[in-house]
Design a protein around this ligand. Structure first.
Ligand code: UDX
Length: 464
């Protein structure tokens, strides 16, 4: 099948490359001549493990090409995907759809009859209807279809997510679009019997937002449980396992941390709130999730301050990991940013290490000493804060780290190190959802926050 993909951003490039890997003839089109030039020369402009190789393999095989010429790209294409950006509108929270509508206007006179136009960008409910109207103002009804096919890929594992998805969601209003999209996905995914959910366009559009809002809520829930664990002396990792092994709950997305970030959850939860507001529907759980997550990100700096006896003025803090999660260079809404900025306001000197995100970080953060080696970063530091659980950070030799530090204080916001490991080497540790080493040694957990069943032993004896 010939496929055209409009927009060579994250979703467009990964989708186009993977469709080509399935044997389709794919043309990716973008207005950015610099980007297209780079891709034609084999240079992939985004960091995504395995993508360079897949782009190269499919380009060499003649199945994948790049152009700035929209007419050339959509000519003869059975399916045209719109995969342009939908950034949040500053000060509004809703998605800016101008790129989607522009693509629809531009492709309308150029596509062949019977082309299926598919919106893959994350768009609010009803966007497909508007795209249909825009294309329909140029072409006769019945000679084209407009469908929705949201993308659920995660940065860092995008290729695997695309080629082996849990499910594919297709939103259609006619049989032509349904048959073509079911064939496009159904044939390569047949061996794995991957479910394909075929629904109406509006439901498909909402599924993407609902899924992301649910996952964001799940993370926020476990983060709040982590706070409770710290106070009552429980361990959130074991709590998550004990909860998650119930199949109705599931163990994934129950890793407590400094709050979610990235290009999707913050943007999509806000956009969902906006849609709900527009339709007069209350989605209080999502509202609370957004508020709680923002507050949590800001609070992480206080956790670091607390570990340093609330005195960070003039102290050196080494931040390990800057990107919003590992295996990406993406800094969008990364928890490291409010953390660092707050610590700087309190007078701390910040050094930082990230295996791939340093360049992007340097555009956002100022006065941060960036290092490309974690041990160099920690040299002379009063504390090390783990913000992103990169493999290279998880595998650090803590004894070596301790030797170069001025004092051995570790704030592990990702529980990258197993309980007790750093403590055994003499670190003072503050992790997420576990009592701090100070609480454990002084027993403050049970003394100051004793619940009814943990009342002082003498009292129990007296009452008994
Ligand atoms: C997300 C969705 O997972 C994906 O389906 C959608 O298409 C795009 O948005 P992504 O933003 O790439 O993907 O990252 P994801 O792995 O979902 O993580 C998002 C954030 O949640 C990160 O900041 C991550 O650190 C955090 N997270 C995730 C947790 O704090 N705990 C978890 O258990 C999982």
């Amino acid at each position: 099948m010939k496929i055209a993909i409009i927009g060579t951003g994250y979703v467009g490039l990964v989708s186009g490359t993977c469709f080509a890997a399935w044997g389709n003839e794919v043309v990716c089109v973008d207005k950015d001549a610099h980007k297209i030039g780079a891709l034609q020369g084999g240079a992939v402009p985004i960091y995504e493990p395995g993508l360079d190789e897949l782009v190269e393999r499919n380009s060499v095989a003649g199945r994948l090409s790049f152009t700035c010429n929209l007419a050339e790209a959509v000519k003869g294409a059975a399916v045209v995907f719109i995969a342009v950006g939908t950034p949040p509108r500053p000060g509004h929270g809703d998605a800016d759809l101008s790129f989607v509508y522009m693509a629809a206007r531009e492709l309308a006179p150029l596509i062949d009859d019977n082309t299926v136009v598919v919106v893959k960008s994350t768009v609010p409910v009803g966007t497909g209807d508007i795209v249909h109207k825009i294309v329909g103002s140029t072409r006769k009804a019945g000679t084209f279809s407009v469908a929705s096919n949201p993308e659920f890929l995660r940065e860092g594992v995008a290729i695997e997510d695309f080629l082996q998805p849990d499910r594919v969601v297709i939103g259609v209003e006619d049989k032509v679009a349904e048959a073509r999209l079911v064939a496009l996905y159904g044939i390569p995914l047949e061996p794995k019997k991957t479910p394909i959910v075929v629904t109406r366009r509006r439901t498909s559009e909402l599924i993407k937002y609902a899924a992301n809002a649910f996952l964001a809520t799940k993370i926020t829930f476990i983060n709040e449980m982590a706070d409770l664990c710290e106070q009552v002396g429980s361990n959130v990792g074991e709590l998550a396992l004990g909860m998650g092994l119930d199949k109705r709950i599931g163990t994934s997305f129950l890793n407590a941390g400094p709050g979610y970030g990235g290009s999707c959850f913050p943007k999509d939860t806000m956009a969902l709130l906006r849609t709900a507001q527009d339709y007069g529907v209350s989605v209080r759980i999502v509202e609370e999730t957004v508020t709680a997550n923002e507050a949590r990100k800001r609070r992480m700096a206080l956790k670091v301050m607390d570990a340093l006896d609330n005195d960070v003025q003039g102290r050196t803090i080494a931040v390990l990991g800057l990107t919003f999660k590992p295996d990406t260079d993406d800094m969008r809404d990364a928890p490291s940013v409010p953390l660092i900025e707050t610590l700087q306001r309190f007078g701390a000197h910040i050094r930082a290490y990230d295996p791939v995100g340093a360049e992007n970080a340097s555009r956002i953060l100022s006065d941060v000493e960036l290092h490309d080696d974690a041990y160099e970063c920690a040299r002379g530091a009063d504390a090390v804060v783990v913000v992103t659980e990169w493999d290279s950070i998880r595998k650090l030799d803590l004894a070596r780290l301790k030797k170069v530090m001025r004092q051995a204080v570790l704030i592990d916001l990702r529980n990258a190190f197993a309980p007790g490991v750093a403590e055994a080497l003499g670190f003072r540790v503050s992790a997420i959802g576990r009592p701090t080493s100070r609480q454990e040694t002084t027993g403050t957990v049970s003394r100051t926050h004793a619940g009814p069943q943990e009342a002082p032993r003498s009292q129990q004896t007296h009452e008994n």
